[in-house]
Design a protein around this ligand. Structure first.
Ligand SMILES: [Ca+2]
Ligand SMILES: [Ca+2]
Length: 400
């Protein structure tokens, strides 16, 4: 929670509409309604969905669904997702003229913009030539059966590929469960493609893929959708604490601050519940601490390197990174039972997710912090060209 109080409050008057802001004195020094509006900071690069917000309720609100309904009716909101497990609040479309009144409501802790996250991959058309090298940098399965761990892929969906053990597909985007983009199917293959001599092989072959589609077919999705997925994973973990769960998030947005937003906060709660989160650092060649959810300290944040162990020039960097992983010219599963080569920290992250699944298969009671520490201590310091202050340790799955 300490991170929340560090949020600098910057009102974006253009987005809000100056005429809607009260000009008189604020209600009190300690509970200024404007300070409950955490709108976009000017340096942030992430776009916001139009009129879309995430509303966090005060802890004393007992019945979140009832309060959300009441607030929606009182303020004319278009209610979206209701969050109860990783976050207490809801998503909504809010007309600009209603923002101040809602922020003044005693039940509301804060209101945030609903940022748009994107995938962290980029296509390299020449990458096919590098397939052999990609495979050699990937820790393949041991050929002795599958890994019985639940892996949540928060992405563009996952195709029902012959090389994947897809146990479940849930849609949070309103665009249907299927992967029309390919990114999520690619990520899933690196985590868990079957060890069957066909197509490719994942780090944790045969692990149960639970596809939570939070990015649309164009590869982008609203934070409110992602929080809904995190909320559901957290609900499941709280209901079944002894079931190991790993989540892969090869997505993010530049929020321009280290301060935690509602998505970050939801992920922290989910980690506290026992779910391991592996998150892409981002592909902008910048400090990952300005990216959400990459800057969540409690998660495992992953940068990318190539087949020569060279740190990828596109990879975000910084002390927030926990591990590096192969992320240049990675061959994996693709739409319509094909394979495809992609690069990005999106491709690096599932190498760590698969490694976490392998570790949990042997040590199912390990906490997320223990999994993170085990992966880091088993890692190999072979990545060259990392910026100063950034880890040179690659994930290494060979020891478990
Ligand atoms: Ca295979
Ligand atoms: Ca971390």
């Amino acid at each position: 929670m300490a991170h929340l109080h560090r949020l600098s409050v910057l009102l974006l008057f253009v987005a809000l509409g100056c005429s809607d802001l009260p000009t008189g004195p604020l209600r009190s020094a300690t509970e200024e309604p404007q300070q409950r509006l955490h709108l976009a900071s000017p340096q942030a690069g992430a776009p916001q969905a139009p009129d879309a917000y995430i509303v966090v309720l005060r802890p004393e609100v007992r019945d979140v669904p009832a309060a959300a309904q009441a607030l929606a009716q009182a303020h004319g909101l278009g209610l979206g997702f209701i969050y109860q497990h990783a976050l207490r609040g809801f998503s909504a479309t809010i007309p600009a003229g209603r923002l101040q009144a809602l922020a003044r409501d005693a039940r509301v802790l804060r209101i945030e913009p609903d940022y748009i996250a994107t995938t962290m991959a980029q296509v390299l058309p020449w990458g096919v030539d590098r397939i052999d090298a990609d495979l050699s940098s990937t820790q393949a399965g041991d050929g002795r059966g599958s890994v019985g761990i639940d892996v949540y892929i928060l992405d563009t969906g996952v195709s029902l590929h012959k090389d994947l053990n897809v146990a479940e597909r849930v849609d949070f985007t309103g665009q249907g469960v299927d992967d029309k983009n390919g990114h999520g199917t690619h990520v899933a293959g690196t985590v868990a493609a079957l060890d069957n001599s066909a197509y490719v092989v994942g780090v944790a072959p045969g692990a149960r893929i639970r596809s939570f589609k939070v990015l649309g077919n164009n590869g982008s999705g609203q934070f409110s959708w992602i929080i809904a997925a995190v909320d559901e994973i957290t609900r499941r973990k709280l209901a079944s604490p002894s079931t190991p769960m790993v989540a892969n998030m090869s997505l993010g947005a530049k929020v321009g601050t280290t301060a935690y937003n509602s998505l970050d906060e939801a992920i922290v709660r989910s980690i506290q519940a026992g779910v391991v989160y592996c998150i892409a650092a981002g592909n902008s060649g910048e400090d990952a601490s300005l990216y959400s959810p990459a800057h969540v300290v409690e998660a495992i944040t992953v940068g990318a390197y190539d087949a020569n162990n060279q740190f990828a020039s596109f990879s975000n960097y910084g002390s927030i990174l926990d591990l590096q992983a192969p992320g240049v010219s990675i061959l994996s599963t693709w739409l319509r039972n094909r394979t495809h080569t992609l690069s990005g920290t999106s491709m690096a992250t599932p190498h760590v997710t698969g490694s976490a699944a392998l570790y949990l298969a042997r040590t199912p009671s390990a906490s997320p912090q223990e999994v993170r520490n085990a992966l880091v201590s088993a890692g190999r310091a072979w990545v060259v060209g990392v910026p100063s202050g950034t880890t040179n340790v690659s994930v290494y799955a060979g020891s478990y």
